[in-house]
Write a new protein. Structure first.
Ligand code: NAP
Length: 291
């Protein structure tokens, strides 16, 4: 039995789709969800739905009964990044108690020295989870997923087609953006093939891109000039405030932009290509699809 957590989220639901398309029988898949009402589509496909919360240890031990392999999709807790670490550790502990044999964890890409990165808190949370998992004695595979291509429209802003301007303080920094769905496909590949125990995989694209290149690709697609402006952070934040963007989002945008400016997510690796058996979707292909 393979159990996928975050099964009503975007990564988890795609991972289940790919497990099914790789021939895993629905009766061999279970889905951990917080809210059963959101999981009717899983039930109707024959996937067993189990209710549990990363913060509720007993619910997890119960949900993990009879599970051999667990895909632990990292938490999206927005209150505090430390909450995520505690939730992941709780989940690994519960898996151990329930005698789960193997855990695949969705981590995040990082360079060796990430302490000065503007997203160090997120990377640290993943690093702590990885360390706990490695020490747990359970067999594991760690997927250090690259930044999602799906973040590009969020960073570019929903009005880019209208305004022809992208404001984002990422300077000339590059990041290796990768399609979330392909990362989910890679997770399904790892769960259904042999030889991945005790491996840490960096799953990124084979080219990194800057926001100038992203603006050019969006412009080509829209048939108009799209101008990328990397404002100073203070100016960027005050402009976002003027546009009515909530503070929480302004903080997040600045954090991701600075990480890109620092090259924190500029990691190239061909492991994903090997798992997919084809080239990962590029930024230009994604932009052509979205805009
Ligand atoms: N690589 C990147 O660029 C990138 C970007 C953003 C996030 N991430 C990370 O990747 C993860 C998966 O991405 P995604 O796009 O699938 O995110 P998502 O759609 O927000 O899904 C997150 C899933 O985690 C579940 N979850 C959150 N807190 C939980 C808890 N306390 N107990 C049980 N389940 C809980 C959510 O449950 P519900 O469905 O009940 O809400 C949801 O299903 C994110 O959670 C985040 O850690 C990566």
């Amino acid at each position: 039995m393979i159990l996928v957590t975050g099964a009503t989220g975007q990564f988890g639901s795609k991972a289940i789709d790919h497990l099914l398309s790789k021939g895993v029988r629905p009766s061999e898949i279970s889905a951990l969800v917080r809210n059963e009402a959101n999981a009717q589509h899983l039930k109707s496909r024959g996937v067993e739905v189990r209710v549990g919360d990363y913060t509720d240890y007993d619910s997890l031990v119960k949900a993990f009964q009879g599970v051999d392999k667990l895909l632990l999709v990292s938490s999206n807790d927005r209150q505090a990044v430390e909450n995520r670490t505690a939730q992941h550790i709780n989940t690994i502990k519960a898996a151990k108690e329930a005698n789960v044999k193997y855990i695949v964890y969705t981590s995040f890409v990082r360079k060796t020295n990430f302490e000065d990165s503007s997203i160090a808190a997120f990377q640290n949370s993943h690093a702590q989870t990885e360390a706990y998992l490695i020490d747990s004695g359970i067999d594991y595979t760690i997927l250090q997923n690259g930044i999602y291509l799906e973040m590009i429209p969020v960073f570019a802003g929903e009005k880019v087609a209208e305004t022809g301007i992208i404001l984002f303080p990422a300077k000339d920094g590059k990041a290796s953006y990768v399609l979330r769905e392909e990362l989910a496909e890679a997770a399904a590949h790892v769960l259904t093939t042999e030889g991945h125990e005790k491996q840490i995989y960096s799953l990124t694209n084979s080219t990194s891109v800057s926001f100038s290149e992203i603006a050019k690709a969006i412009g080509n697609q829209l048939g108009k000039d799209v101008n990328y402006q990397s404002l100073e952070v203070d100016l960027f934040e005050s402009k976002m405030k003027e546009f009515g963007v909530p503070d929480l989002y302004i903080g997040m945008f600045t954090m991701w932009a600075m990480a890109q400016a620092q090259g924190t997510m500029d990691v190239l690796n061909d492991t994903l290509e090997g798992f997919l058996g084809r080239k990962p979707t590029t930024m230009s292909e994604f932009v052509a699809h979205i805009y």
